[in-house]
Design a protein around this ligand. Structure first.
Ligand SMILES: Nc1ncnc2c1ncn2[C@@H]1O[C@H](COP(=O)(O)OP(=O)(O)OP(=O)(O)O)[C@@H](O)[C@H]1O
Ligand SMILES: CC(C)(CO)[C@@H](O)C(=O)NCCC(=O)O
Length: 398
């Protein structure tokens, strides 16, 4: 496992609401969301302040594994007794212990494996449904969830619950789904592209011989795409093509520069290849997203999925693409729990109406100012979470 984080929850004791384990088994990564109960939660003063009794307090944990390492995931579930959930002492627990909610293609593909290895049935939830439920939950329930990225600065977005819809949700996983969201459970998948996170990781691996996604991302940090990409200036003798709004430094052709040199793959630095690749894919997704937003007159585009990894260059490229193509009309926004939308949606599906029934009372915000700091990839405080960080919130029946 390379990733583990948690949200602290104080909630009503109804065991159906905030308990158990849910999975999102994607083409590249398996995401887990599970609840663990705090010991001594009865004494939490918050219960009085919100006027609920018998609350269950605990933590919502997030973890991920590479899908190719599914056996590690099964081992993790087993070793941490996650199938017992957070409510093993509840009387009615035994009624539903034999299934867990799961979404993503792997809920179908690996259903037999879970049955065989863990003796558990995967109850399948629709992937798009879960993405939307997860996104809506995060946007409404978790403060400082959404942020913009412009000129190297992150800025949290205050979400107005009464003015959230419609928006475009772009989930950048192995492939990319674009979903027009009109409300809770009201959505339409309007587009998608197969040029996504799997493309970056797959092509990057082939071209650079990187052994891990993080390594590839780290390389992109140090690279210079100028060496790989053909710029407008390369074609126009150093001049802008201002008549059509292209500066000399704009990329005219991604990877286009590699055709003109008598160079082989090994003559290029992996850092430069990684940077060009990341830029090409992020740019393309930003552009297609904008075009879809334009199709439906949407001004807000939220980007999720683990391709992003809170990585500054990715955030910047997507933001600039949306800003450039929309002439500043549309806004790219990102989610701190970017890769966990589907798993959260599956988690919430234990109780179909949980979104309406639950109110999250933020008691604590992020521990740091996310708009400050250096440009470090995979930094938990830059959007990619790790085990040192938790967002505290209290959840109770309205
Ligand atoms: N540790 C990692 N290992 C592999 N890929 C990673 C890692 N971290 C981030 N990624 C990126 O995230 C992508 C997967 O994102 P995500 O988990 O959101 O999608 P998925 O559910 O696996 O895909 P899909 O929804 O298309 O089935 C990968 O293709 C890769 O670009
Ligand atoms: C197939 C899914 C939905 C699986 O998560 C995803 O990888 C995706 O949206 N791919 C893009 C497929 C397309 O619309 O061309």
């Amino acid at each position: 496992m390379d990733h583990h984080t948690e949200i602290e929850i104080h909630g009503n004791s109804n065991p159906i609401q905030i308990s158990r384990l849910a999975l999102d088994i994607g083409g590249s990564l398996i995401k887990l969301v599970y609840f663990s109960r705090n010991s001594g939660d009865d004494e939490d003063p918050l219960n009085d302040s919100v006027g609920v009794s018998n609350a269950v307090n605990g933590r919502l944990h997030f973890a991920k594994f590479e899908t190719t390492k599914i056996n590690d995931c099964l081992q993790f579930i087993s070793a941490n007794k996650l199938l017992l959930g957070g409510f093993q002492h509840q009387e009615n627990f035994s009624n539903d212990r034999n299934f867990i909610k799961a979404t993503g293609g792997g809920a179908y593909k690996f259903s037999d494996l879970f049955k065989e290895k863990l003796g558990i049935r995967l109850e399948k939830e629709d992937e798009m449904d879960c993405l939307v439920t997860g996104a809506n939950f995060l946007l409404k329930a978790v403060n400082h969830e959404a942020f913009t990225y412009l000129n190297g600065q992150k800025e949290f977005v205050q979400i107005d619950h009464n003015d959230l819809y419609p928006y475009l949700l772009v989930n950048i996983g192995s492939g990319v789904s674009m979903i027009k969201v009109d409300g809770d459970g009201k959505f339409e998948r309007v587009s998608g592209t197969s040029v996504g996170g799997g493309t970056f990781w797959g092509l990057g691996k082939l071209l650079t011989k990187c052994q891990s996604f993080d390594e590839l991302l780290e390389l992109s940090h140090q690279g210079n795409n100028r060496v790989i990409d053909m710029l407008v200036g390369d074609i126009y003798g150093g001049m802008d093509y201002s008549k059509i709004g292209l500066s000399s430094t704009a990329i005219a052709s991604s990877f286009g520069r590699t055709i003109s040199n008598n160079k082989e793959l090994q003559d290029y630095k992996p850092e430069d290849i990684s940077r060009s690749l990341l830029r090409m894919i992020s740019n393309n997704i930003g552009q297609i997203s904008y075009l879809n937003a334009l199709r439906f007159g949407l001004k807000r585009i939220f980007f999720g999925g683990f391709f992003i990894r809170g990585h500054s260059y990715t955030l910047d490229t997507i933001s600039v693409a949306v800003h450039f193509w929309s002439k500043g009309e549309a806004k790219a926004m990102f989610l701190r729990h970017e890769g966990f939308l589907g798993a959260l949606g599956a988690f919430m599906s234990y109780e179909r109406h949980s979104l309406e029934d639950l109110v999250v009372n933020q008691s604590e915000q992020l521990q740091v100012d996310a708009s400050s700091g250096t440009d470090k990839n995979c930094n938990p405080l830059k959007g990619d979470l790790n085990e040192t960080e938790s967002i505290q919130c209290s959840v109770y029946r309205a």
